[in-house]
Design a protein around this ligand. Structure first.
Ligand SMILES: Cc1cc2nc3c(=O)[nH]c(=O)nc-3n(C[C@H](O)[C@H](O)[C@H](O)COP(=O)(O)OP(=O)(O)OC[C@H]3O[C@@H](n4cnc5c(N)ncnc54)[C@H](O)[C@@H]3O)c2cc1C
Ligand code: FES
Length: 369
């Protein structure tokens, strides 16, 4: 199985390595075989192989494509170097490998693009692109599409520490200058004297309710946001507090994620007790999804794209990240039952476990959730 799965990866050459800020660098990739470039939608990510000492010889990490889908034959990723800030903790494996070991001309194996966090190009609603730190990679790609292909009103709002770490600012400003009705707002947490002198930002500290209220006239926005978890939770709470419809807020985490809207349910979740009930698929004509610890029992709805999506519809929030069978964040114990994979997981799934994001039930299943 591993060889077959390895074949999802295709070799790409690094055709440019561009330093974007003191901590962030972009890598531009072109396929060795032109057929290996696949179209993507703004917001999607690539999975790259990073060599290591494991039996398999590599680990994988996901990086959002920060270039435009119209740049056919090229992908650009924009990566923050994750350096350990506490003694005893190691530096980030993949981000440091990319920054320190990968130069122009190197070959990197890439799978994808993948991902459900995508700009809806069928809509005409005004768009808010909201990012924190390196979370601007999907919103920059989305801004490119919006500037090139739509007349929709756009607010590009970005928070970061300051001018030294701020990536892609010139690019964003050039895109905003291409047409009217694209608004840019930068919020610096720790602006330097130079940042102040050069007027590189519009607000300081954290993005506040007042900032959003001032920037965004009352309207029916679509929000796309990406950033560190505390930023995302704060923005989600501010936006919903301002009356933005939860269904209009799409978001991506760069690590294991949980649904932002479910915090109330998390706090009030019922005490857990094991269920020991016979499972009868035929009783009401559908497979059962049984959560052993939560003592909950649902009938599978065949419209759901995966067990993960189905559970989210029921208000359950298992962890997830890539939603593409790549990262392993949604791996759960499968107590009983059979599943099939709608997207082949990147790695063999151990017996008795299931990747919820890409599996559908083939029988009633009991999960250790
Ligand atoms: C869908 C998706 C899209 C993404 N897009 C981007 C993107 O566009 N740009 C980007 O920069 N990133 C992106 N990421 C994040 C990226 O995939 C990596 O997670 C990130 O680069 C860190 O990987 P790493 O191997 O460098 O760090 P890891 O080795 O995984 O370590 C992560 C962090 O933990 C720390 N750490 C390491 N070991 C330990 C330990 N033992 N105890 C405690 N802490 C430890 C490291 O110092 C580091 O800060 C994305 C992630 C996802 C899921
Ligand atoms: S969420 Fe990444 S494998 Fe399922």
């Amino acid at each position: 199985m591993s060889n077959e799965l390895d074949s999802r990866f295709r070799p790409f050459r690094v055709v440019a390595k561009v330093r974007e800020s003191s901590t962030i660098t972009s890598f531009h990739f072109a396929p060795l075989n032109s057929k290996h470039w696949q179209p993507f939608e703004a917001g999607q990510f690539l999975t790259i192989q990073v060599p290591d000492q494991s039996r398999r010889g590599y680990v994988v990490r996901n990086y959002t494509v920060s270039s435009s889908p119209s740049d056919e034959g090229l992908y650009r990723i924009t990566v923050k170097k994750e350096v350990a800030s506490t003694p005893g903790v190691t530096d980030g494996v993949a981000s440091c490998w990319l920054h320190d070991a990968i130069e122009e001309g190197a070959v990197v194996n890439i799978d994808g693009p993948h991902g459900a966090f995508k700009l809806d190009q069928t809509s005409n609603r005004p768009v808010v692109l909201l990012s924190g730190g390196v979370g601007l990679t999907p919103t920059v790609s989305m801004l490119k599409v919006l500037a090139e292909k739509s007349g929709r009103a756009v607010w590009f709002i970005h928070a970061c520490d300051g001018g030294a770490t701020h990536a892609l600012s010139r690019e964003v400003e050039d895109l905003a200058a291409r047409r009217s009705n694209i608004h840019v707002h930068y919020c610096y947490r720790f602006p330097s004297d130079d940042d102040v002198r050069l007027v590189k930002f519009q607000s300081t500290g954290f993005i506040s309710r007042e900032t959003l209220q001032t920037l965004l006239p009352l309207d029916d926005y679509e929000i796309y946001m990406c950033g560190p978890p505390p930023f995302m939770q704060a923005m989600y709470d501010l936006l919903t507090g301002l009356g933005v419809d939860k269904r209009r807020i799409a978001y991506e985490f760069f690590g294991p994620a949980r649904l932002l809207s479910r915090s109330e349910q998390r706090e009030s979740s019922a005490p857990r007790a094991p269920v020991v009930k016979p499972i009868d698929d035929a009783a009401d004509g559908g497979f059962k999804i049984i959560l052993q610890k939560a003592n909950a029992n649902f009938t599978w709805d065949s419209d759901s794209e995966s067990i993960l999506g189905f559970l989210e519809k029921q208000g359950i929030e298992p962890p997830f990240s890539c939603r593409a069978g790549v990262c392993g964040s949604c791996l759960q114990d499968l107590v009983s039952g059979d599943v099939e994979y709608v997207e082949e997981p990147l790695e063999d799934v151990p017996p008795g476990r299931v990747l919820l994001c890409c599996a559908k039930p083939k029988s009633s299943v009991v999960l250790d959730l």
